[in-house]
Ligand binder design. Structure first.
Ligand code: CDP
Ligand code: MG
Length: 170
């Protein structure tokens, strides 16, 4: 078994319905380590890049609105993003999370317990989880900078950026 890292998102419906504690509790049974965590207000661009493989699906626009939490608005239009690390982490997490359709997911899984299908047919399934190693690497790199993860998980390089504006504490 190999040590793997993956991206887990608590989607805006999970935030809106105050399920953060319940979801983290169910994930804790896997005894993985959290090596990155933050709250993210998702831009259209980030949403598009995250779900680029689904861009030809009829529900793509709605999916972008969903992951941005547009229907919920302030202060729920955000996701919690985590990088977890553990042995065989991806397959084990997918199992605990359940399959995509919340009505068909194991009722004891996170999606089976808390997800729903909207009247428009959108699967509001409260969490996202990378589905394989390649997707995990792409997604972790998309959502996190190297300095935001407390372990070296992928190769990095140093670059010098001229005239870069930075916001620092006053
Ligand atoms: O999230 P997962 O990897 O299980 O499924 P996906 O096929 O990558 O789809 C991404 C997300 O699109 C799902 O988690 C659902 O929120 C949504 N979706 C949907 O609403 N209806 C579908 N028929 C398929 C996906
Ligand atoms: Mg997927």
């Amino acid at each position: 078994m190999a040590t793997e890292q993956l991206l887990i998102l608590i989607k805006p419906d999970g935030v809106r319905r105050s399920l953060v504690g319940n979801i983290l509790d169910k994930l804790s049974q896997l005894r993985m380590a959290i090596i990155g965590a933050k709250v993210v207000k998702v831009s259209r661009k980030l949403a598009e890049m995250h779900y680029y493989q689904l861009k030809n699906k009829p529900f793509f626009d709605e999916l972008l609105d969903y992951i941005q939490g547009k229907v919920y608005g302030e202060p729920y239009d955000r996701v919690l993003a985590f990088v977890y690390q553990g042995e065989d982490a991806i397959a084990r997490t997918r199992k605990v999370i359940g399959i995509t359709n919340p009505e068909e997911a194991d009722p004891l899984s996170i999606r089976g317990a808390y997800g729903r299908i909207t009247t428009k047919g959108m699967y509001e399934n409260v969490v996202h989880c990378s589905s394989d190693l390649l997707e995990a690497e792409r997604e972790v790199k998309l959502w996190f900078r190297p300095q935001e993860i407390i372990k070296d998980v992928y190769a990095t390089k140093k670059i010098v950026v001229d005239k870069e504006e930075k916001i620092v504490w006053d």
